[in-house]
Design a binder for this molecule. Structure first.
Ligand code: ZN
Length: 152
C-alpha cells in the first residue's frame, strides 16, 4: 500500500476495524518512511461460485435452491431448519474452500447426499431419488442396498 505523501511502499497498520456495514475494513496506517498517517479501506472479496450444470451451462451457486431441495426431501421428517441451514453452510464452505471457482453440479449433489445421509435416511433416499433421477425400481433398490450396507 503506497503512502499517498511520499510514495513509499511500506507502512504499518495502527488501527483496523470493520466499517458499519461490515463489508469493508478500515485501516489506519503509518508510513515507515515519512511517518505520515493515512487510511485505507479494504473490501472483503466474495467470489461467486459458479455451478456447471449437466448441459454445461453455467449458473451462480444459489444456496436457497439447495436449502429448498433439502426442505422438500425432509418434508414431514424430524429435521429442523437449523440443521438444514447448517449443512448448507458446510457445503457452501466446502465449495468456497476449493480452489476451483467453477464446480460441477454433480459435486454439490454428492456433498449434499453425504451430509443428508448422516442426518435422516428417509430424506437421503428421497433426495437421492430426485437427484439421481432413478429411472426404475432397480436403480432405486441399488441405492437402498448401498445405504443398508454402509450401515454395517
Ligand atoms: Zn510516506
Amino acid at each position: 500500500m503506497k503512502c499517498p505523501y511520499c510514495g513509499f511502499e511500506e507502512s504499518k497498520v495502527i488501527d483496523s476495524r470493520p466499517t458499519d456495514e461490515g463489508t469493508r475494513i478500515r485501516r489506519r496506517r503509518e508510513c515507515l518512511k515519512c511517518a505520515k498517517r493515512f487510511t485505507t479501506y479494504e473490501v472483503i472479496e466474495t467470489v461467486p461460485i459458479v455451478v456447471i450444470k449437466k448441459d454445461k451451462s453455467r449458473q451462480t451457486f444459489d444456496r436457497n435452491k439447495l436449502l429448498n431441495g433439502f426442505l422438500r426431501a425432509c418434508e414431514k421428517r424430524p429435521v429442523s431448519i437449523d440443521t438444514l441451514e447448517r449443512i448448507v453452510d458446510e457445503i457452501e464452505g466446502m465449495l468456497q474452500n476449493s480452489l476451483d471457482r467453477e464446480v460441477p453440479s454433480s459435486l454439490i449433489g454428492t456433498y449434499a447426499m453425504e451430509k443428508l445421509k448422516t442426518i435422516d435416511e428417509v430424506a437421503y433416499v428421497r433426495f437421492a431419488s430426485v437427484y439421481r433421477q432413478f429411472k426404475d425400481i432397480n436403480t432405486f433398490m441399488e441405492e437402498l442396498n448401498k445405504l443398508v450396507k454402509s450401515k454395517n
